[in-house]
Design a protein around this ligand. Structure first.
Ligand code: FAD
Length: 397
């Protein structure tokens, strides 16, 4: 009898956790598990703001997929998914033959949400993947290097605009606060020449966060030279910088957009019902109307008890992956699935290398203590996918 085919798309937090869980739960020859990812490596998305600022070697945010898979239990296909076809139970790849599945796990992450801001996709940078963050780091260094070679005063080269003061925006600004003094020393530029501006449309930094934590973050970052422009939507992004609501222009050679994400467009293209590209999954993480199509991570949408959507996080994607691996194993063994329930353990946002804010174990945390806990939490991910050897290899303070 043919083995049931499980195809997992994406080796991010959701997809890789599902795959590693399946290879642990399933016995040999119980199912044919295939993982598809466009790169031969997994990147640790939650750390990408660090290499994007140049405060971390990208190597620490990269894990070879082959190093965490048991090749006799999981087949890895390096390819780009170009289409999913739930009616024919097929996945189409850019290079390879289509893959047939009995169960599909969609974990292809997110796409940037631009809210229709003109010119953003064309002119801004995005913290999205390893190659993208390498480009941002190199670009900033190039701008600093160029500044002193020109005769005219080009302050725009030393002006960095970060769009969005949510989780990713604040974490990135925090890294830049650490990095800018190093860049100034390296390129002989006075610190006061550099501007770091964080623009946010909402009336507060870190919308949804506790006010005391927000105030701490704002004070910490302002003391280190960050200019906040809150309640100020960006109307347009041009090759010269940004235009704010009301017409004010900020000349900037580096605009990095962190203002939001939506689900992966392949879901909408497959005719699956979405809200901002995300699929409201049922209690078993299935797309509506499908018994065999599961969605994990940033492309899934889950509501809390107050009917408010949970934000897309690595914490959510990890728990979904762990749970789904157990449910798929149960299905394959003829058992029944258990409903998924998200267990919010806490939230921590870093403010650079030495500080962070957040809530963990029901307590508010600030500064060094929060920063240490955040690092330990990073290590936990390496441990979950690759055990102690990977954790010791990648863990870094
Ligand atoms: P991802 O981790 O983005 O993985 C998607 C995978 O799919 C990638 O490997 C990608 O290469 C692959 N892929 C995409 N398209 C294709 C295709 N067409 N074909 C083949 N492969 C493809 N969350 C937290 O909980 N805590 C944090 O501290 C935190 N910090 C963050 C900091 C930053 C800078 C960012 C950007 C995000 C942060 N998040 C954090 C959010 C978190 O990283 C995401 O919610 C999480 O990565 C989502 O996991 P995922 O599996 O859905 O997608």
């Amino acid at each position: 009898m043919a083995l049931p085919k499980i195809v997992v798309l994406g080796a991010g937090y959701g997809g890789l956790m599902t795959t590693v869980g399946l290879q642990k739960e399933l016995n040999y020859q119980e199912a044919e598990v295939t993982l598809v990812n466009q790169n031969p490596y997994h990147y640790v998305t939650t750390k990408l703001h660090e290499p994007a600022a140049g405060t971390l070697d990208p190597e620490y945010a990269r894990v070879e997929i082959a190093s965490v898979l048991k090749q006799d239990k999981v087949k890895f296909v390096q390819d780009r998914v170009i289409k999913v076809d739930p009616e024919n139970k097929e996945v189409h790849l850019a290079d390879g033959e289509p893959l047939k599945y009995d169960y599909l796990v969609f974990g292809l992450g997110s796409a940037p949400e631009t809210f229709g801001i003109k010119g953003l996709l064309e002119n801004a940078f995005f913290i999205r993947n390893l190659n993208g963050v390498r480009l941002i780091r190199e670009h900033i260094e190039y701008m600093f290097a160029k500044y002193n070679t020109l005769k005219e005063d080009r302050d725009d080269l030393l002006t960095i605009v970060v769009g969005g003061a949510g989780f990713t925006g604040i974490e990135y600004v925090g890294e830049l606060v650490d990095r800018i003094p190093e860049l100034c020393r390296e390129f002989d530029i006075p610190r006061e020449k550099v501007r770091l501006i964080n623009v946010e449309a909402a009336p507060t930094v870190l919308p949804g966060f506790d006010k005391e934590l927000v105030d701490y973050a704002v004070k910490y970052l302002e003391e280190r030279g960050v200019e906040f422009r809150i309640n100020t939507p960006i109307e347009e992004c041009t090759p010269e910088g940004v235009v704010l609501k009301g017409g004010e222009k900020i000349d900037s050679a580096t605009v990095v957009w962190t203002g939001g994400v939506r689900g992966n467009p392949l879901l909408e293209e497959a005719g699956i019902e979405t809200a901002r590209g995300r699929v409201k999954v049922d209690e078993y993480l299935r797309a509506p109307g499908y018994e065999d199509f599961f969605v994990v991570g940033d492309s899934s949408l889950i509501f809390n008890e107050e009917e408010r959507p949970y934000p897309p996080t690595a914490q959510m994607a990890t728990q979904q992956g762990q749970h789904l691996a157990k449910n798929l194993t149960a299905l394959i063994r003829g058992g029944s699935m258990q409903p998924f329930k998200f267990d919010l353990k806490g939230t921590l946002a870093s403010l650079g290398r030495g500080s962070a804010i957040g809530i963990a174990f029901g307590k508010k945390l600030f500064g060094t203590k929060a920063s240490i806990l955040k690092r330990i939490n990073d290590w936990r991910w390496y441990y979950l996918i690759g055990g102690l050897p990977l954790m010791f290899k990648k863990a870094k303070f």
